[in-house]
Ligand binder design. Structure first.
Ligand SMILES: Nc1ncnc2c1ncn2[C@@H]1O[C@H](COP(=O)(O)OP(=O)(O)OP(=O)(O)O)[C@@H](O)[C@H]1O
Ligand SMILES: [Mg+2]
Length: 398
């Protein structure tokens, strides 16, 4: 496992006087794949490089297994080659003058614990086999596709049997179809080896697809962490909701406070509540009507909230038999192949609706009813999100 406490890094000579990594705590459990997810510049790569020993922190401690890797206050720093890690970067960093197997053998034949050539080749072949590339072993690296080169660098990272695998945007140089294949392969290899892995990405779909746990970062800090389905279904922070693509946000007021706290085990209503997983349902008054929403914490009648609604949870209809529709006008639509995105003006608000099932055939200027799905929108206390926003802008100004 990896344990990080109070990790802080400031790059020298930066004009913006803000920490690239700002006092983060992390626990990555043994054998799990955890993603660091966040926008460009939020400190993902810096965190990974600190764990790898490619950067020195200004403060904090990093432990891998039972060994302390760095603690500047105690003068401890274990160099990158002494850490039990394998690293894969976005740029494959495959050596072009070598074959696939020579690339994978290289770490085994350098450094202090050098293996004899035959033994190194055997180990390298096992690693290539693991990533499905045994038949390409003797191909020159430049004659491999991008996806194959990235798998060579994965094999190279694994060949010394590290305790921890660190992956920094390993898929972002690959084109769309290949990205999914290599992503699934990385996850399969990780599960097969049961290797503790930190996976850095700015792509929320990628994070949801591969992770045991997702850690959302912003401005050098951790915003929230949770299992992929919880982060997707019920983000607790406004930042996460926006980052996960929940683009419709409406201010509202709680009409009836949240009811019972969700039990820890949904299959057993009698099980005691898990406060960390508390989600509730409450009726929220919005400008256009009342909506039953999932809440992220205790709420009382009259509390102000921001309601986040996914585009796919806003259905469009020419008629409104349910009487729950919000009357609006289509501004424009975008066709994506598997779905249509409609931008609909309702009062002063522009809402985005995504329709998968059928072409509604609506065009610019058409009147339409927006029917929000019950129990899927997320109500986040306005005070909490305002506090978080204030804290973040204060941090950015530092
Ligand atoms: N070598 C460096 N010198 C100075 N500043 C740096 C250096 N590397 C990163 N930074 C700054 O530190 C902050 C965090 O950068 P980092 O590379 O960790 O972000 P990231 O989350 O990996 O972003 P991306 O998704 O774009 O890769 C950014 O503001 C960046 O400009
Ligand atoms: Mg990065």
């Amino acid at each position: 496992m990896i344990e990080v406490r109070g990790l802080t890094k400031r790059y020298p000579g930066r004009t913006v006087s803000r920490n690239a990594v700002d006092g983060i705590d992390l626990d990555i459990p043994e054998g799990k794949l955890v993603t660091l997810l966040g926008p460009s510049g939020c400190g993902k790569t810096t965190t990974l490089r600190l764990i790898a020993g490619l950067e020195r922190p200004d403060a904090g401690r990093i432990r891998i297994g039972d060994r302390l890797m760095c603690a500047p206050a105690e003068g401890v720093f274990v160099g990158v080659h002494q850490r039990p890690i394998g690293v894969v970067f976005q740029s494959y960093a495959v050596w072009p003058h070598m074959t696939a197997v020579q690339n994978v053998m290289f770490p085994l034949q350098s450094g202090q614990k050098r293996l004899p050539k035959a033994q190194a080749r055997k180990r390298a072949m096992e690693a290539l086999d693991l990533v499905g590339l045994a038949e390409f072993a003797d191909r020159p690296a430049p004659a491999l596709s991008g996806g194959q080169q990235q798998r060579v660098s994965l094999a190279r990272a694994l060949t010394r049997e590290p305790e921890v695998l660190l992956l920094d945007e390993p898929l972002s140089n690959l084109d769309a179809g290949l990205r999914d294949r290599v992503r699934d392969e990385i996850r399969a290899v990780q599960l097969r080896l049961g290797i503790t892995t930190v996976f850095v990405t700015h792509d929320q779909d990628e994070a949801l697809a591969v992770s045991d746990e997702v850690i959302v970062m912003d401005s050098g800090r951790i915003v929230e962490r949770g299992q992929a389905q919880d982060i997707y279904r019920c983000p607790k922070e406004e930042f996460t909701a926006r980052f996960m693509g929940i683009s419709n946000s409406l201010p509202g007021t709680v009409r009836t406070g949240a009811g019972e706290v969700a039990p820890a085990d949904p299959a057993d209503p009698g099980s005691p509540a898990d406060p960390a997983a508390t989600t509730d349902i409450a009726d929220i008054d919005l400008a256009h009507g009342t909506l039953r929403c999932v809440t992220t914490g205790p709420t009382a009648a009259g509390d102000r909230v921001n309601v986040f609604i996914r585009p796919e949870s806003l259905l469009l209809s020419r008629k409104d038999p349910s009487g729950r529709g919000w009357k609006g006008t289509v501004e424009f639509s975008i066709y994506h192949g598997d779905c249509w995105d409609y931008h609909v003006r309702v009062g002063d608000t522009l809402l985005r609706s995504r329709m998968y099932r059928e072409k509604v055939g609506l065009t610019h200027g058409d009147p339409v009813f927006v029917v929000p799905e019950q129990d899927t929108a997320i109500a986040i206390p306005a005070a909490a999100s305002e506090d978080a926003a204030r804290e973040r802008s204060a941090l950015a100004a530092r």
